[in-house]
Write a protein that binds this ligand. Structure first.
Ligand code: GLN
Length: 194
């Protein structure tokens, strides 16, 4: 299996490592042609405004929007901001791949970054570590959006069809639970090792 990681800016390499650990081939996505032979894509954390500039510069915005609306996609932090239907504080353009409103930098500044245990209805996910770095907050959920992980009652990982969006950085924690979950969404008939 080949999984893309948007590689314009941000925390790309830790996702590459998690994917390699799980026996799949990570693929750098920088240009439209890179999208042609992948089964899913991770949009990593970083700075969503910088990523938007680079997406425009590389003529990747529209092809990537089409991809994330149709195929398995996982947005992490800035990546979740790119996937959202609506972005606030301040508002900026976004792909609209899942019906959520997300508020940027909603915990405050860099110094307000934190690590905390998360809660889930799944017993095997209970207590997963959440690393929040200038994180956004998911403010509104549209119909059909499922909450997979919470921090103090509020959603921090949500799912809508093929799409996952989370506000913390699992690629910086130990373990592979969420990467494995995403890979299963990319290959519903069982994971083939590339
Ligand atoms: N603050 C960043 C943004 O608004 C997101 C931070 C992150 O990805 N860790 O795009």
């Amino acid at each position: 299996m080949r999984i893309g990681v948007l590689s314009l800016q941000g925390a790309v390499e830790p996702h590459f490592q998690k994917l390699r650990d799980l026996g799949v081939t990570p693929v750098e996505i920088k240009l439209e042609k890179d999208l042609s032979d992948i089964q899913g894509i991770i949009l990593p954390g970083g700075e969503s405004t910088t990523m938007l500039h680079m997406l425009d510069r590389n003529s990747l915005y529209s092809p990537l929007q089409k991809f994330v609306k149709e195929r398995p996609s996982w947005g992490v932090c800035a990546g979740a901001i790119l996937l959202a239907e609506k972005v606030s504080h301040p508002s900026q353009k976004s792909f609209g791949a899942l019906p959520i409103t997300i508020e940027r930098n909603a915990f405050g500044r860099q110094v307000d970054s934190f690590i905390s245990a998360l809660e889930s209805d799944r017993s095997d996910w209970q207590g997963l570590e959440g690393i929040f770095i200038r994180a956004p907050r998911i403010r509104d959920l549209g119909p059909g959006v499922k909450i997979l992980l919470r921090w103090k009652e509020e959603p921090v990982l949500v799912e809508h069809g093929n799409t996952l969006a989370g506000t913390f950085h699992p690629e910086l924690s130990k373990g592979h639970t969420l990467h494995r979950y995403f890979l299963d969404k990319c290959s519903p008939n069982g994971r083939e090792i590339s």
